[in-house]
Design a binder for this molecule. Structure first.
Ligand SMILES: O=C1C[C@@](O)(C(=O)O)C[C@@H](O)[C@@H]1O
Length: 253
């Protein structure tokens, strides 16, 4: 394992208290770098660049220059690069071919510490991207998002388990609760999967109902939580300062 995956694993695998990631959602280079400067100043554990907001994603030279400048700004803070597909709540459409082309460029040019790859992409694409990313010492955070409902406990555990079997470095699932019972399903599934799997998990129930899941990771086994400095990238995210305070208050001593 080289610096890159070590950097990410140190962040995600660290002590019991969940680490904090903050998303960048800028549409162009200047906004992305402006957001990054504010986020870096707040010192999160990880910064996520949400590419599905970036208008120049297919102009690779532009993308590459933005990524180089962004990585310089981040310094020691690891970068997670994510293109969220529209099926899973993303901002813009992108063909599967272009998704693969963009990710391959990122991997070949080692422009990130970690890549978010969605579980429900075509299986051959998933395995090829994981193999290529690992060969370039880029960690893989596999993910699945349901913005409409909360799957059953068994299904949530099954999806996280499939991610682990596909050699993801981290398994992530975000669900939309329609009731307190749904939040309880997500938390129980997290607790069970945390006992059964050996890779770090990132889980959350989205929206206001799900906020408790974003501060209770140390109890149930979610290794990281997403907070905001400025714009949110999903419903229910908590402002970084408040999130840090809540995690400290809830720390298991
Ligand atoms: O997968 C996730 C989790 C998330 O959807 C959330 O609910 O905080 C936010 C996304 O930006 C990130 O890629």
């Amino acid at each position: 394992m080289t610096v890159t995956t070590v950097k990410l694993k140190q962040v995600v695998l660290g002590s019991g208290r969940p680490k904090i990631a903050v998303p960048i959602t800028g549409k162009d280079r200047s906004t992305i770098l402006e957001q990054a400067k504010k986020i870096v100043a707040a010192r999160p554990d990880l910064i996520e660049w949400r590419l599905d907001y970036y208008q120049d994603i297919l102009d690779f030279e532009n993308y590459r220059e933005t990524a180089i400048q962004l990585n310089k700004l981040l310094g020691e803070i690891p970068l997670l690069t994510t293109f969220r597909t529209q099926k899973e709540g993303g901002e813009m459409p992108l063909s599967t071919d272009n998704y693969v082309a963009v990710y391959q460029q990122i991997i070949n040019n080692q422009l990130t510490d970690a890549l978010d790859v969605e579980l429900f992409l075509p299986s051959e694409i998933v395995s090829d991207l994981i193999t290529a990313a690992h060969a370039s010492n880029i960690a893989i955070i596999m993910s699945n998002h349901d913005f409409q409902q909360t799957p059953t406990k068994t299904e949530i555990i099954s999806r996280l388990t499939r991610m682990a079997k596909l050699k993801a470095d981290v398994a992530k699932i975000a669900v939309m609760p329609q009731s307190a019972a749904d939040v309880s399903v997500l938390l129980t599934a997290t607790e069970v999967a945390h006992r059964q799997l050996t890779i770090p998990l990132i889980t959350m129930a989205m929206g206001d109902l799900g906020k408790i899941s974003r501060i209770s990771g140390e109890v149930f086994g979610s290794a990281l939580t997403f907070g905001t400095v400025g714009a949110a990238s999903a419903p229910g995210q908590i402002e970084l300062g408040m999130l840090r305070q809540n995690l400290a208050e809830l720390a298991l001593n």
